[in-house]
Design a protein. Structure first.
Length: 348
């Protein structure tokens, strides 16, 4: 991976945008983190997603999806854990778009013929689109507001080591950065790739709902004056750190999601904002307490793991507050119980 990065930097006059570095580190065929065969998810991997904790997340989400009664298209299905749980609850028409050959093979081994894998994004989409912890792994552009102006942060070599280097921002990145009011100096990220992805989905969605589950903030929190170092994080063996050059290709590299930007892009592209809530509020609205109540409370071996899973999903100190749920769509008349009762503090 380091050799590939050195080659890329040399071929581009000694500098590449951080978004390109992130793309290579995560997705370069045969070398990137998501293109390799190492375990990613669960206790034996680098991080745990909500569906990997157990079945509670998927069983609760299924209550929402049954109300829509539509085909499902999941982006980046990971180990297939969410698909497996949802398919165990209902006979959904389930399709998956997965760019990692290794993960696709793992999903196919787990799901068999219950799901269908697509080679590319469909020209027309009708139904439910699910993106669970997908957007945080999309390449972001790193930006710095300095006394001399707005700079794009990129990657160069110094004594054969990867280092940060800045250039004046240009084009769309500069225009987006100018709309943000932040103190100087200040460093953060702008997710141009995620916005382009949302525009592409909006153009293809004839009727249905796009659900995005991820960790992140509305714009007012994302670019808070005290968040001066951005949100870039690496995940390796369940430990998080901020040294993005430590193990390129060997660990997860993410940025928090700017939910205001995603929602705004969707609305600008003709979709309707259908709901936004913390993960805790969404799951409670969907009936997670009822799902938990179906367990045998008298059997500690059965109930205790579910109670621990609920704690991680709902607790403000765990996933409950940091993780958000955004729903946008077109032509949807079915109820969205996940947003029936809102948290007034959660605004975009």
């Amino acid at each position: 991976m380091l050799a590939r990065l050195r080659e890329e930097i040399a071929a581009n006059q000694g500098w590449i945008a951080f978004a390109r570095y992130m793309e290579l580190a995560l997705y370069e065929p045969g070398l990137g983190y998501y293109a390799g065969g190492a375990q990613k998810f669960g206790a034996a991997g680098d991080f745990v997603t909500a569906p990997e904790l157990g079945s509670l997340f998927g069983r609760t989400l299924a209550r929402q999806l049954k109300a829509l009664d539509s085909p499902i298209l999941e982006f980046g299905a990971g180990s297939g854990a969410l698909a497996a749980t949802l398919l165990s609850q209902h006979g959904f028409d389930y399709r998956i778009v997965e760019i990692s050959p290794q993960l696709q093979a793992r999903q196919q081994a787990r799901l068999g013929t219950r799901a269908h894998w697509l080679e590319r994004l469909p020209e027309r989409i009708r139904g439910v689109v699910i993106a669970n912890e997908l957007v945080d792994a999309m390449p972001v552009h790193a930006v710095a507001w300095r006394a001399q102006g707005i700079m794009e942060r990129g990657v160069a070599l110094s004594d054969d080591r990867l280092v940060w280097r800045e250039k004046p921002a240009q084009g769309e990145l500069l225009q987006e950065a100018k709309t943000l009011s932040v103190p100087v100096p200040y460093e953060s990220e702008i997710g141009l790739v995620a916005r382009a992805w949302m525009r592409e989905l909006a153009a293809r969605l004839e009727e249905g709902v796009i659900f995005i589950f991820d960790y992140g903030f509305p714009r007012s929190e994302y670019y808070h004056p005290q968040r001066t170092s951005g949100t870039l994080m690496c995940h390796h063996r369940h430990r998080a750190h901020a040294d993005v050059f430590a193990r390129p290709g060997e660990e997860d590299l993410t940025a928090h999601v700017d939910f205001s930007a995603l929602a705004g892009t969707a609305v600008d592209a003709g979709l309707e904002l259908l709901g936004y809530a913390t993960q805790a509020r969404f799951l409670v609205n969907c009936g997670i307490t009822e799902v938990l109540g179906e367990a045998n409370v008298d059997n500690a071996l059965h109930y205790a793991p579910l109670a621990a899973e609920a704690q991680k999903l709902l607790s403000p100190a765990e996933m409950g507050e940091l993780f958000k749920v955004l729903a946008v769509g077109r032509g949807v008349r079915a109820p969205l119980p996940g947003f029936a009762r809102g948290d007034r503090s959660q605004t975009l």
